[in-house]
Design a protein around this ligand. Structure first.
Ligand code: URA
Length: 448
């Protein structure tokens, strides 16, 4: 086989065979195909697209480029969850314990974040003592004993994706549905769970800006996961404003605990119960999604989810007392409030701008080498739709350095739009893929 011929074939709109895709993926991962040829191939895919069959093969070859976790000996139907990423998204810290409290085994490998705030692993590491690097036996043992473990994804899971994604990032070839699907799904399929629940975000703070694009991505990921024999469901959810009120690692852990105590903001509580409920249903511990949502709601109200959170934290070396005493979590010393410049209604809080401001505080990385400040971030005191008075605090920013705080505040001030009329807000849960349409009544949907 010849790489130039394969690039030419794709450039001319041809369909590659499984062997041809394997040749490209393996050759690039092993180093026999250089960056410049892979870049040309990715650009050809960007313009010409890939068929469903090609996308399945690409995902499979990327998945098989490294280790495939074998969770088969852990009793029960293991359900994983993946969010396409957003600002203030700390749902894993909530839904993992809620689903596990309902009996769903959760064996999750998560990433660190680049940009915005940290990833789930960075958030968990904000808890004093918490370890995200567990040996395989420890990881499995924790899932067996406690029902949940979350660890950092090892370099051995889908190494082809690591190399290809790094190249896509610098060759303007990220935004292609087949490439995004194969990238996300190769890692998820290699992580070994029986089912995957996807939270596909849409809006200004998301990868997919429109609901239509988010739905197309969700449909493709559900299809490709099912082709691999996995149970799949996806929710499409709003990411125009940050989820919840906290953005930044320890701030987000605080908020997650507050949700598990039943004291959290309404939006993140609603979404967490909706997601955890679907995990319970997918894990065959509920008769329907509605029944799963009711069970997840019960686990929240009874405190079973919070108990599971403590057990989970203790099991991975963290201090479970954080569940009672939030002051055990780090919080940066310097703080600055941003006040409303006028009376009115908040018509929007741009998630992307808040994400960038949060990164400036030190809560996110700009390069892989940056060290995250777990105590930095932004706490919103109001959300879209709230009525506010001039001078009222809109948010508080936390950082360890005054210069970072200044930079972050200048950015964050641009995020909030204030108007004279109360805005009509889109529903948080826009729809679903792989199940009946989500009812419009959000209270009923949430089961709370
Ligand atoms: N996240 C991934 O892991 N891969 C993509 O291609 C896009 C988002």
């Amino acid at each position: 086989m010849n790489t130039v011929e394969l690039i030419t074939k794709k450039r001319n709109g041809g369909e590659l065979s499984r062997e041809e895709i394997r040749y490209l993926v393996m050759g690039f991962t092993e180093g026999s195909i250089p960056d410049y040829q892979m870049s040309a191939f990715l650009m050809a895919v960007y313009f010409r697209g890939m068929s469903r069959q090609e996308t399945i093969w690409l995902t499979q070859e990327m998945k098989m480029s490294g280790d495939i976790a074998d969770l088969s000996w852990i009793h029960g139907i293991k359900i994983d969850k993946h969010s396409t990423g957003g600002v203030g998204d700390k749902t894993t810290l909530i839904i993992g314990p809620l689903a596990a409290a309902c009996g769903v085994p959760v064996a999750k490998m998560s990433g660190r974040g680049l940009g915005f705030t940290g990833g789930t692993v960075d958030k968990m590491e904000a808890i004093p003592g918490f370890r995200t690097a567990l040996a395989e036996e420890e990881f499995f043992g924790q899932v067996q004993r406690c029902g949940i473990s979350v660890i950092g994804q090892t370099a051995h899971i889908a190494p082809a994706d690591k190399k290809i994604y790094a190249l896509r990032d610098v060759t303007a070839t990220v935004e292609n549905l087949s490439l995004i699907t194969s990238s996300i799904m190769s890692k998820k399929l290699a992580s070994g769970s029986d089912g995957i629940l996807l939270d596909v975000k849409c809006g200004s703070g998301a990868f997919m800006k429109t609901e239509e694009d988010a739905r197309s991505l969700a449909e493709m990921m559900v299809d490709i996961g099912r082709a691999d024999g996995k149970k799949m469901l996806a929710l499409i959810t709003d990411m125009n404003q940050p989820l919840g009120n906290a953005v930044g690692n320890a701030l987000e852990v605080r908020e997650a605990i507050r949700v598990l105590r039943g004291e959290g903001p309404a939006d993140i509580t609603e979404l967490s119960v909706a997601l955890a409920g679907r995990m319970v249903f997918m894990g065959e511990l509920a008769d329907s999604a509605e029944d799963g949502i009711a069970k997840a709601g019960d686990a929240l109200r009874s405190g079973a989810g919070l108990d599971k959170f403590r057990e989970f934290v203790r099991g991975q070396g963290g201090d479970p007392a954080v569940a009672e005493d939030l002051s055990l979590l780090p919080l940066s010393e310097l703080r600055m409030e941003i006040a409303a410049p006028r009376d009115g209604y908040i018509t929007g809080i741009d998630a992307m701008t808040i994400g960038l401001a949060s990164q400036h505080t030190g809560a996110g990385r700009q390069t892989k080498e940056d060290v995250i400040d777990h105590g930095a971030g932004i706490l919103l005191h109001h959300k879209s739709g709230d009525k506010i008075r001039a001078g009222e605090a809109l948010m508080t920013l936390y950082s360890a350095e005054a210069s970072k705080l200044e930079l972050a505040a200048a950015e964050a001030a641009k995020a909030v739009q204030i108007g004279d009329e109360a805005p009509v807000l889109p529903p948080l849960i826009r729809g679903s893929v792989g199940e009946e349409p989500v009812p419009e009544n959000r209270e009923k949907e949430c089961g709370l």
